[in-house]
Design a protein around this ligand. Sequence first.
Ligand SMILES: [Zn+2]
Length: 435
Amino acid sequence: MCYHDGRMETIASFLTRCNQRAVYRQGEAATRGAGRGTAVARLLTPEDIDPEGQEEARAFARLRHRLLLLETVLGGAFAVLVLASGLSYRLSEWLGALSRRPYLLVGGYALIFMGVYGLVMAPVAYYDGFSLPHRYGLSTQSRRAWLVDQAKAALLGWALGLVVVEVVYYLLRVMPEVWWVVAGVFLLGLSVALTSVAPVVLVPLFYRLTPLGDEELVARLTRLAERAEASIQGVFTIDLSSKSRAANAMLMGLGKTRRMVLGDTLYDDFTADEIEVILAHELGHHVGHDIWWGLTFESLVTLGGLYAAHQVLDWGVEVMGLGGLDDVAGLPLLALVMGAFMAVTMPLGNAFSRWREGLADEYALRLTGRPQAFVSVMVRLANQNLADVDPERWVELLLHSHPAIGKRMGRGERFGGGDRSAGGPLAGEKGHWVA
Ligand SMILES: [Zn+2]
């Protein structure tokens, strides 16, 4: 499922994931370009779920799970190999001979490490990011455009990675006992800053954001935001169709940069009632302070990972012959521990996210009072996004950031059937969600 608040799933993963996930399926596909309010006027019911599409969705999901496993194993093996072969020590010695300045040594090492890692992973990234989405009819992007996006993302990733590595090694040098605490605080600050500038700096690198011209819909969504007591700096469209078939929407940014953003695919293919339900779900994240919940959770996990890295680097000094915690030859070890920690805690993060997503769904139902439109949204997204309506339980538990579509439809139907007993606030009852 591919709509969310732009924080629980970070902007970067949103950009790639939505590229890959969304699909434009036959049947519904005929509505594309037909103009709003014509072919998309009818609300869909669970009977409209495309059975052939579901078969494809399961095959696609299986492939993606194997790729995830491959990427994890390959990434880990790369770090282990660089360490065990002694390459890491030789590289840091060689760079040390060029300059004794620690920040140059660290920066040079980090750039080479990230560059070689990127090259090693490139074939998998190509298959996962380009071949597979095209094979399943998910992507609208040419190879060239995809490569340009990858180059931009790599440059951005390297620049950010370089800053993080330099700061972490500076802290390792000057405060070897508590570096991991300060690094955790720094990373939290960086996350807040990135969330804040995303709609004005990061997203425009990949997409065009333009104010939505449909005055009627803007007025309707603005009223909705007012009812949720959310201050929004305008309603925008984003040209998702330039890369994928995904229908998506989100609240983006923080404070003065906070805005409602609608995928052009969503605007073209969904009824106004459905769009309202989706944005109400996004407002549910806002009312539930999910950005801050997400940041807090992420920070705790990061802090845990940094502490584990602290212990393992200590071990590396004693057993593996690192020259000290701040020896840059230990960078692959640091990356390995952080990566492993993130992988192990991912199911926890997903469980947390599914809980918040469920609350946002509940909020959307209560704010709009449109259970039929809610169910219709789920059906439309299942058909368009090659999403398995009823995934195996272990897959959902480990990998899904949202409840399975089947469960979400069930929630809508129960609400429509008059079951309002699940609790949760009505519009404007701020704070209720935090408790
Ligand atoms: Zn959501």
